[in-house]
Design a protein around this ligand. Sequence first.
Ligand SMILES: C[S@@+](CC[C@H](N)C(=O)[O-])C[C@H]1O[C@@H](n2cnc3c(N)ncnc32)[C@H](O)[C@@H]1O
Length: 485
Amino acid sequence: MNPFWQTDNITLYCGHVLDVLQALQAESVHSIITSPPYWALRDYALPPVEWTAVSYVPIVGLPEINVPAWRGSFGLEPIPEMFIGHLVLIWRELHRVLRADGTCWLNLGDTYSQDTKWGGKSSHKNAHSCAGGYATARNLRTQTRLKSKNLCAIPWRVALALQADGWYLRSAPPWIKPNCQPESVTDRATTAHEYWFQFSKSKRYYWDPTAVRVQSGNGWHGGTFTNERKQQTQPGLGHGPRNERPGRNRRTSDTWNESLDARIADYRAYLAHLEHIRDHGGLLLDEVGDPLGLMFSTRGYKGTHFATFNGALIEPMIKASTSGRGCCPQCGAPWERVTDREFIPQPDVSVAKGIKGNSSQKPMDQSSNWDGFPRGTVAITTIGFRPTCACYDHLYRALPQAHSPRKRHQRQISGNWWKRARRHPGLSDWPVEPCIVLDPFAGAGTTGLECIRLGRRVVLIDLSEEYCRDHIVPRLSAPIQPILF
Ligand SMILES: C[S@@+](CC[C@H](N)C(=O)[O-])C[C@H]1O[C@@H](n2cnc3c(N)ncnc32)[C@H](O)[C@@H]1O
């Protein structure tokens, strides 16, 4: 199939997603990030397309649902079960196209069953007055077989059907929208989030958590709180740094206070992180730095496309699921990060000074049922990247270190070997190509834009010629400043 537009790093196809996917090579993309049309939300005014009959299991252990062949637009199926069937059909093709070590991110919004508004059964008010095809789409919400006012739970029904179809459902981080539209309902909580579902094809897959880890210079999550606490002063209490006050011996209370200082420094830094997320959006992390959710406002887009998301929202997905260094030009295996991990132990106030810790730091002895496992934080430093396939064997053999015991497969060569080898200037010249991200519902091309900015290649698909011509091509043709990893 001929692309609609192609550059070195961008391939854009204009066509029905199933037809295009069938023409793509198996196992050819590293990651899929997409937001398809939601069921019964809007009519994109696209030409109807053909859908074959499909059978799928809605939840593991339940009987199959059989969906007949149909002609129409994706998202405007008469019942949710048919929409889910079509999504399963598409995801079967995506499963073929994704590499075995790849991940797939799916964003879907939900809807409520209703029979009173937007031209529903009992009232036809507004049916013809709303623009953007909303009335046609919303009419469908009377066909859910649910009582009016029920949340249809379509994203979760989709996630469970894909899980039953063979995908690994790995996580479902909420996308929290601080700027969501106020809702006029008064008898339920406002919905200000949607889900992103993370699927994988295999049990083990490429994942680079370090690429999205937030290193805080203040000590929080950076693992440096033991140093940081020494800099803390408490001007409000009328004294300077306790350890440096001349003319007095160190007291037991100093140790106690220092442990508090450490916690306060930690919480201050965490507070700064939360304030930053509140004001600018970002990856919402817990106190130890593990991801909790995505907090991003939807972003206005000057074009006439309805459903654009904020590019920053998908940055962590691109970074964690594709290698920033790139992949092998022959087999596509992603290079993986080599890191140094330094354990920074938690200061043990009880053993050193014979006092009990405060409530946030238990003494590390039998009085608090300490299990003997050292407590502390781990500081992670990136040393470089290494290939994960055997295609580089001939280059490996040419390196001076190659006399070290040779293991059969490149992946089995120890991390330590690569830590030494990184100093060899030749390593940085080994050939790599950028990893490939696929967005099968490209819309205004936001995924494409973000991928190019982050130095990845991208394959985009959209059925709308207008979006391809008037939005994606102009947006992606403009100069984009890539970020070097
Ligand atoms: C929700 S939008 C994607 C928005 C995108 N995430 C963004 O922020 O720009 C869904 C897109 O799917 C496209 N689409 C609908 N049916 C399709 C089909 N059968 N094949 C390919 N694309 C389709 C629509 O043209 C629309 O642009």
